[in-house]
Structure formats: C-alpha cells, structure tokens
Design a protein around this ligand. Structure first.
Ligand code: 5AD
Ligand code: SF4
Length: 441
C-alpha cells in the first residue's frame, strides 16, 4: 500500500509520524508525498491550539471527495485531536476509517491492515502507559535524528491541553535511549535532538517538584550521550525553567557536544499572569536562571514561547512581558495568541482580550524580535563560526546551509569537499534579517 502521512503541530508529532512511517516501510509498504497517489491517508494531529484542530479537520473533511472516487482508500486520524475527540470524530467525519489516540498510535500499521481486510471502523483512545518504548523506529536518517526521551506532561499549566491528551509524564530508561542513539550514530547521524514536553524532568518519575540541587537524571543522560564517539551535537527541547539546578547547569557547561542554545518557554513576564497560568516561577526567578545559565555558558542563545492575551492580561502585564523579552534578548521566539482549550483549566475563565488586541500584542512582540534578531546577526559579521553542514540551501541551489551550535543559520558557497553532517569553519561576511552568510575556511 502507498501511505501518505500528514503531521500537524510539534516536533514530538513529527517524530511519531517518522516512526509510524518507518513501521509501514518495514512491513513492505511505501510512503508517498501526495494524498492523491495514496491508498492510506494518516493525519497525525495536534490539539494545542484551536487553529491546529480546525486546520486538520478542514483537510480531513476535504478528503471526503477523494474517498468517493476511491472507496478503498483508508483514512485514519492519530495524535492529540484523535485522543481528545475519539469516536466523536468518526461521527463527525463519516468517511474516516479509524481514530487512534496518543497511547495507541503505535498500532497505526496493524489497524490499517485490519481495516484493509474487514473494512470495520475503529476508534481506540485507551491510555497505555506501559508503552513508553513504543515508536523507536527511524526513517532514513541523514545527519540529524530526533529521540523522544519522555512522553506526556505533569505540569498542568492552566491553558494547556497536553497533560489531558498525552497523559502523565513517563521517562524512558537511559539504556534504551543510549542504545537508540548509538544505533543512529552508527548509521551516520551527527546530531541528536532529544524531545519531551519537559525534557529536564527526565527520570524524575513524574515528581512535579523540580529536583533538589545536586540531582538531575537529565544531566546524567546528557553526560552519557556526550561520550558517544562520532556524535557531534546534542540538542534538546523543551525544558521547564525551574528544573535547571546546579547539577544540570554544570553538565551543560562541561559537555562539549551539548549545544549552546536553549528553548526556554517564558509564556509571560507578569507574575500575576504566570500564577494564573500555573507556571511555577516568577519573572525574577526566570531572569535569575538565565543569568546563572549565561554565567556558566557565556555564548548561550535563548529562544522562547510566549502567549499573548491570556484571560485577564492587561496592558501593564503585556508591558512586563515585552520588557522581560527585551531584557533577556531572546534570539528566537514563538508568540501565540491565547486560545481556550476545552478541558484545560483556563477555559473556565472569560477570554477577556479581543482577537484584535491579541493580534496587536502579537505583532508588537514580533516587531521587537525582528529588530533584535537582525541586530544580533549583524554583530556576528567578521567572526568565525563552526557550522554543521546540512545540505543545499532551500532558497538558492548554489549555496549550502548549516547551523552554528548556538542555532544561527549560515549560508555559504560549498567547496568540492563539503558533505552533509560535516563540521566546518565559516567566516561570516554579512548578515540578513534571519540568517548569516559566509565563506568556508
Ligand atoms: N493558547 C495559546 N498558546 C498555547 N500554547 C499552549 N497552549 C496554548 C493555548 N491554549 C503554547 C505555549 C506552549 C506552546 C507549545 O504552545 O506557549 O509553550
Ligand atoms: Fe503544557 Fe505546561 Fe506541560 Fe508544557 S509544561 S506541555 S505548557 S502543561
């Protein structure tokens, strides 16, 4: 069968889709790039924001026409929206064949084969916490691969649907992660990206208190990965700020392969809003953690997530967020307009900020960010950066693209030796609005 997989949402979903695809390929099926060539359509969905759900539903709804033309077509929905809506989706979209929630997603292949045989519809959203090592398969890896180290989340930020659709946080064993990493490196992978809703809570057995100083299973994992010969870089996303204790910070400083870039979700710079969001830190403690991290790793760059227009967010709260963002000087930021998620606590609060006002706040932060990024990039002109070569640039075939360990994108003219996955020195000659340009040396 030819299988088309469409992914919505986060990197964890991308990783799951990759693993599901690999399962199909292992069983003798092929993956295809167009829904019109496919015998099986899989939609791996996201529920974090309403817009993500609406987009997926729109696309799946549109596939009804295709099913009318090709009645044997099998259409399945997996992931967070599948978990949240379950068999309600089968009722809403009668051309769907199956719905598999986040705990059953590893059954996509067997479910598809079952449906091909007996054409009976299936909806399964059972929670299966025993299956933490599921979906370990990888597709064709090049220089970079993702490894999920935890699943689920125990933090229950009041706006967030994730703990409800992905369930409680579970960590994989260190041995299982290391063996997956070694295998990938043997196949030529140079960079590993560790994934989890809160990676820094890795190995804490779901304890929601940040670990005491001196103890961090995540630091132990980074140290073990750092020793794998042939691996060049280790990245991770996302950690919750309160889990950076002295043990973890010193591991970041001592592990040479761990990249100097942290995605550190801030969400808001106002203590009142942070409290309403059930975030367990204040603007001041966030600020202090960033300072501690910078003291240990001076060239560290930061990116973040921020929500504008959370219920009750006043202009003064927003001003605090803006101020803190400018003070930290994030090199990248993802700004989200608050969207109430049914089931999450904040959905009970009145959505007080108008769409228009959310958009205005969103644009102000994006504007600040744009200016800051181009100034920051301009400041790197003339420096020499070590770049992991990723391949031909998407925009200009004459150029290659790479990334610094601080996560800046660099475009350069290739020489005849350059290979994907190489670490090369690049002299930065000029900067653009989102990336750098340079020459191999
Ligand atoms: N509304 C807007 N943004 C949200 N996020 C999570 N839930 C919501 C919501 N209800 C954002 C947070 C999180 C990122 C993945 O998505 O900023 O860090
Ligand atoms: Fe959602 Fe908060 Fe968990 Fe992140 S840490 S997944 S925002 S509940």
């Amino acid at each position: 069968m030819k299988v088309f997989i469409k992914t919505y949402g986060c990197q964890m979903n991308e990783r799951d889709s990759e693993a599901i695809g690999a399962l199909f390929v292992k069983a003798g099926h092929t993956l295809c790039d167009s829904e019109y060539d496919a015998d099986v359509l899989l939609f791996n969905t996201c529920s974090v924001r309403d817009a993500a759900e609406r987009k997926a539903k729109g696309k799946i709804g549109f596939m009804r026409k295709l099913k009318l033309k090709k009645p044997d077509l099998i259409i399945g929905v997996t992931g967070c929206m599948a978990q949240r809506l379950g068999d309600q989706l089968l009722a809403e979209l009668p051309h769907l064949d199956f719905v598999l929630g986040t705990g059953q997603i590893h059954k996509a292949l067997e479910t598809t084969e079952k449906i091909a045989a007996d054409r009976r519809k299936i909806a399964d959203t059972a929670v299966d916490p025993g299956e933490i090592d599921m979906l370990g398969e990888h597709g064709k890896n090049s220089w970079s691969a993702q490894i999920a180290i935890t699943r689920g989340c125990n933090r229950f930020c009041s706006y967030c649907i994730v703990p409800y659709v992905r369930g409680r946080e579970v960590s994989r064993s260190q041995e299982s992660i290391l063996s997956e990493a070694r295998q990938l490196v043997d196949q030529g992978v140079k960079e590993i990206l560790l994934l989890g809703q809160n990676v820094a809570a890795y190995g804490l057995n779901g304890d929601i208190r940040p670990p005491a100083d001196g103890f961090s299973p995540f630091a132990e994992l980074l140290e073990a990965l750092n020793k794998i010969p042939g691996l060049a870089r280790i990245r991770y996303t996302s950690p919750y700020v309160s889990y950076f204790n002295d043990r973890l910070i010193s591991a970041l400083a001592s592990c040479k392969k761990v990249c100097h870039n942290i995605h550190l979700p801030l969400q808001s710079g106002s203590d009142r809003i942070l409290q309403a969001m059930n975030r367990q830190y204040t603007a001041q403690s966030y600020r202090e953690k960033v300072a501690q991290l910078r003291a240990a790793v001076p060239d560290l760059t930061f990116s973040t997530d921020v929500i504008v227009g959370f219920p009750g967010e006043e202009e003064s709260d927003f001003a605090l967020t803006r101020e803190l963002m400018n003070e930290v000087g994030f090199e990248q930021a993802y700004i989200f307009k608050y969207s109430p998620r049914p089931g999450a606590k904040s959905a009970l609060l009145a959505d007080t900020v108008s769409e228009e006002e959310k958009l205005r706040r969103n644009n102000i932060l994006l504007d600040d960010l744009e200016k800051r990024i181009s100034a920051r990039l301009a400041g790197l002109t003339g420096t020499v950066q070590e770049v992991l070569c990723e391949g031909v640039s998407a925009r200009n075939e004459a150029r290659w693209t790479g990334r610094t360990d601080t996560n800046f994108v660099v475009h350069f003219e290739p020489d005849d030796k350059v290979k994907t996955g190489d670490l090369r020195q690049v002299k930065i000659t000029r900067s653009g609005s989102v990336s750098l340009f340079g020459e191999l040396i």
